[in-house]
Write a protein that binds this ligand. Structure first.
Ligand code: G
Ligand code: G
Ligand code: MN
Ligand code: NA
Length: 254
């Protein structure tokens, strides 16, 4: 209850912040996009990770409001970078299950794009496997509506859910994000390596884009390159950065 009051207060006092982590082409190292990651700058406890407070936001029904703030802020930021003369880049925003169930989600996304003056092609929405597996028919419909706006859809944490690969054909997703747990184990465990290899082969066969997350070293990068993974995200290239730092990085690599 105390935490709930704090979360309301956090919204009122603007204590939420977005960090941005680069997503780069695995072969060329060219920056392709950034993922917006939510943080809570708590006045006493400092920076808090979403793993600690997103479940609470969901419990007290605040996730749609905070999620909408994330979406709008990320779109405004992407537009602001363009205004500053930086090359257009894709910004990826995570959607929670609760947010996805908002009856006005599609309007909300359209409004965020319009208000920011951002072309839909620059926005990617990340959905999780568990999210899209619940309520399949309704979810597929909502996904098609989002696709009609012109945004792209990616499937986050891929491989951690039911990961029935055949499911993928039924969902209008543009790319999959291989979960960091497989990337971490890939160079040590043959089973993880085999999984990454078959996920990538399947994605290529289905014409889906691919990104591996949690890439921390050159061995992992080398392996992913050999398997033709398109993009990587991870500490090897950059940690998630606050807006001033990511803006500087964007200027440096332009
Ligand atoms: O940034 P970090 O690794 O601490 O994120 C932990 C988890 O929180 C990740 O699974 C990430 O997808 C999730 N997350 C981060 N930002 C957001 C957000 O804005 N909305 C939702 N729904 N999840 C987020
Ligand atoms: O689930 P999602 O992909 O949205 O979450 C991304 C999370 O992964 C972020 O919280 C980010 O901080 C974390 N992350 C990003 N790159 C790395 C990495 O190279 N290693 C580890 N351990 N975590 C990472
Ligand atoms: Mn994500
Ligand atoms: Na993920």
């Amino acid at each position: 209850v105390e935490m709930e009051a704090e979360l309301y207060r956090a919204l009122e006092r603007d204590e939420f912040e977005l960090y941005y982590q680069p997503q780069v082409n695995a072969r060329t190292g060219v920056l392709a996009g950034v993922e917006a990651l939510l943080r809570w700058r708590h006045p006493q406890r400092g920076l808090i990770s979403p793993g600690e407070f997103i479940p609470l936001l969901e419990e007290c029904g605040l996730m749609p409001r905070v999620g909408t703030w994330v979406l709008r802020t990320a779109c405004l930021q992407a537009s602001e970078w363009q205004r500053q003369g930086l090359p257009p880049l894709r910004v990826a925003v995570n959607l929670s299950a609760q947010q996805f169930r908002m009856s006005n989600l599609v309007e909300c996304v359209q409004q965020a794009l319009d208000d920011a003056g951002l072309a839909a092609e620059h926005l990617e929405l990340e959905l999780t496997e568990s999210l899209i597996l619940e309520n399949a028919e309704q979810t597929i419909q909502a996904m098609h509506q989002l696709k009609k706006l012109g945004v792209s859809l990616s499937l986050d944490d891929f491989g951690t859910g039911y990961s029935s690969l055949s499911y993928l054909r039924r969902y209008p997703v543009d790319r999959i994000k291989i979960d960091q747990s497989f990337v971490r184990d890939m160079t040590e465990h043959r089973s993880s390596a085999a999984l990454v290899r078959s996920i990538l082969a399947m994605a290529h066969n289905l014409g889906l884009g691919t990104i591996a997350e949690g890439v921390e070293n050159d061995t992992q990068l080398g392996y992913l390159r050999k398997l033709d993974c398109q993009e990587i995200q991870g500490f090897l290239f950059s940690r998630p950065l606050p807006v001033e730092e990511i803006t500087q990085l964007l200027r440096d690599v332009r």
